[in-house]
Design a protein around this ligand. Structure first.
Ligand code: GLN
Length: 210
C-alpha cells in the first residue's frame, strides 16, 4: 500500500520515516511517498497532511489542485490523517482569533478541506505556550500514555454527531476520529513512538475490507 504525505511544507520527512517504520512493524508491504502534484494523490491508499503552517500548506494545496484530489479520495473512502496544521485543514469550520466561526471558504487565510465535522481553534494552546510535551491517554491505543508534542497547537472546539473523541488535554479535544478521518492536534511524527501511525494504517485495512 502506498501512503502519501502531502509534501508542500512542514514535517514531511518525519512522517515519511514514521510511516516506513510503522509499515515495517506491521509487516505490511508498501511505502511512504511524498505528494507534491495532484496526479500523485489517486494512487495512494492512505493520505497524511503534516504539521507546519496551515496557511501555507492550504494555499499550495489549492493552487496545485491537490485540495480537490484529496476531497475526491475522501469520497472514495481513502483514510486521511491530519496532524496539527493538517488537523486544521481537515476541519469543516475554523474559528478566528476571537473565537468566531469562519465557514469553509470564508477565510482568505486558510482553505480547509471541510471533510471532518469539527470546529477548530487554530492556536488554542499557542496563545499560552508555544510548545510543550504531555502524556496523553488515547482511546483505542494500548499501552502507556502517548508522548504528545504540541507546537502552536490547535484544539477541537466542537464535534458533530459522527465524531468520536479519542483524547483530551486540559479538557480540550486533541484527538478525534470520524470514519476514515483521524485528526490529531499534536505531532506523533516527532517522537520515536509510532503507535498512532500504526493505528492509522490499521484504519486502512478496515477501509479496504469495506
Ligand atoms: N497553529 C498552526 C497553524 O495555524 C499549526 C502549528 C503546527 O502545525 N505545528 O498553522
Amino acid at each position: 500500500m502506498r501512503v502519501g504525505i502531502v509534501a508542500l511544507q512542514g514535517d514531511v520527512s518525519e512522517h515519511l520515516e514514521s510511516f516506513q517504520k510503522a509499515l515495517r512493524d506491521l509487516a505490511r508491504p508498501g511505502e511512504a511517498v511524498p505528494i507534491r502534484r495532484r496526479e500523485e494523490v489517486a494512487g495512494c491508499g492512505a493520505i497524511a497532511i503534516p504539521g507546519g503552517e496551515s496557511t501555507t500548506i492550504s494555499r499550495l494545496m489549492k493552487s496545485r489542485g491537490i485540495t480537490e484530489e484529496i476531497q475526491a479520495a475522501h469520497r472514495r473512502g481513502t483514510p486521511i490523517l491530519g496532524t496539527c496544521a493538517g488537523l486544521i485543514l481537515l476541519a469543516r469550520t475554523i474559528t478566528d482569533e476571537l473565537g468566531r466561526p469562519k465557514k469553509q471558504g470564508m477565510t482568505s487565510e486558510v482553505y480547509p478541506l471541510g471533510l471532518m465535522d469539527i470546529e477548530v481553534d487554530r492556536n488554542a494552546f499557542g496563545r499560552q505556550r508555544e510548545s510543550f510535551e504531555a502524556p496523553l491517554q488515547i482511546h483505542g491505543l494500548p499501552g502507556e500514555p502517548f508522548p504528545a508534542v504540541f507546537i502552536r497547537a490547535p484544539a477541537i472546539q466542537r464535534t458533530g454527531p459522527g465524531v468520536a473523541v479519542l483524547g483530551r488535554h486540559e479538557n480540550r479535544i486533541v484527538a478525534a476520529r470520524q470514519g476514515n478521518l483521524l485528526g490529531l492536534a499534536f505531532h506523533p511524527e516527532l517522537t520515536g513512538d509510532h503507535r498512532l501511525h500504526r493505528y492509522f494504517l490499521e484504519m486502512t485495512r478496515s477501509a479496504a475490507k469495506r
